[in-house]
Ligand binder design. Structure first.
Ligand code: KG4
Ligand code: ZN
Length: 340
């Protein structure tokens, strides 16, 4: 397919329950991207770490071979290899990292470990140029943060959640309403038939004056309301889902607007799995539009975990001559820090 560019980067992402490989070039954008979602977790209502790492082990080699074949490349054609080395599930991260190290050792190509959140942020640069300075709402299953990006590689933490992440709130509320895992897409679907004004759920820390969030009280409020209603009908579930989604979206949009006012960015971005939520996109567009702040988000394929965003981040590091050695390790938790 290609092979002419000398700036072809391989990305590998295995931080949670998606195995993903992709080829990205700064000239061509995403050349090939393949993500294999693990379906075995659904029956447990959440990700089972042991199942996740075993599944990555089975999937990573054939997935890599498919991606390289589709791109018409061999390892020696790569300008470098980027791999998520944290934060995430250690057993899952280790599969991707060991695989990436073996490729780098065998081919002599440069290796770089990428922070998962930097990947999510830079997913906004996969389909169009990434504009800076930018303020980014990163909302995923594990994170809810507002980050100021002065330029690629320079990140300032503005605020984040004190307890559950927004995606975690969607997943936990979905589970307690008996909806299929993951809760985010299921709640969005159920909410389409409900009235967001059916119930008033709390918007925690609304008046804190800071870019911080808390979602654990919302989950409890939805649980208590659902329990008080007895056997739930489809209509009850739609009303609860729609009202819970509205509470999450409302506070995410309000704090995002606060962060935008504090930082005056050229662009406001949304990143991470929850950025796929259609109600969040609608409300952000409306409120940011009123405030005169341009807002953008990636295609759904690049909101949820994917290796294209890791390959893209790798291109920035490696072209700035930042690489890692084979002693590179994983980290389960850790803030995104500046490198430029
Ligand atoms: O970024 P991601 O794929 O993985 C992590 O890094 O965590 O995000 C997964 C999260 C899950 O909590 C999932 O429920 C949520 O993103 N999500 C959504 C939607 N699609 C995925 N939440 C709300 N609405 C959606 N449409
Ligand atoms: Zn993620």
């Amino acid at each position: 397919m290609t092979g002419k560019s000398e700036r072809l980067y391989l990305g590998i992402e295995t931080s949670c329950d998606d195995t993903s490989c992709a080829i990205y070039s700064p000239e061509e954008g995403v050349v090939v991207h393949r993500t294999a979602a693990q379906l075995d977790h659904a029956r447990y209502g959440g990700v089972v770490p042991e199942i996740a790492s075993r599944s990555h082990m089975k999937t990573i080699l054939p997935l890599y071979e498919t991606v390289m074949e589709e791109a018409g490349l061999c390892t020696g054609d790569l300008a470098g290899i980027g791999v998520t080395n944290g934060p995430g599930l250690t057993g899952s991260l280790l599969v991707g990292l060991s695989f990436a190290k073996a490729l780098a050792y065998g081919s002599g190509r440069p290796l770089i470990g990428i922070h998962h959140l930097e990947g999510h942020i830079l997913a906004n640069g996969l389909e169009k140029p990434f504009v800076t300075p930018a303020t980014v709402l990163v909302v995923s299953g594990g994170h809810t943060q507002l980050i100021f990006v002065e330029k690629i590689g320079r990140y300032r933490f503005l605020g984040g959640t004190r307890d559950d992440a927004a995606g975690e709130a969607f997943d936990k509320i979905g589970k307690l309403l008996g909806l299929p895992y993951p809760g985010g897409p299921s709640i969005q679907k159920a909410a389409a038939n409900g009235d967001p004004g059916s119930f008033t759920f709390p918007r925690a820390l609304r008046h804190s004056g800071e870019c911080d969030f808390s979602f654990s009280g919302l989950k409890t409020a939805v649980r208590l309301k659902a329990e008080s209603m007895g056997e739930l009908t489809a209509g009850d579930i739609a009303g609860l889902a729609s009202s819970a989604q509205e509470a999450i979206v409302d506070i995410l949009a309000e704090k995002s607007l606060m962060a935008a006012k504090m930082t005056s960015p050229e662009m406001f971005y949304i990143a991470g799995g929850v950025a796929a939520n259609s109600r969040l996109r609608e409300v952000m567009k409306e409120r940011m539009g009123k405030a005169g702040v341009p807002v953008s988000w990636p295609s759904i394929e690049y909101c949820t975990d994917n290796a294209a965003m890791i390959a893209c981040a790798a291109s920035h590091h490696i072209e700035a001559e930042r690489t890692d050695g084979l002693e590179l390790n994983t980290f389960p938790r850790g803030e995104l820090t500046s490198w430029s």
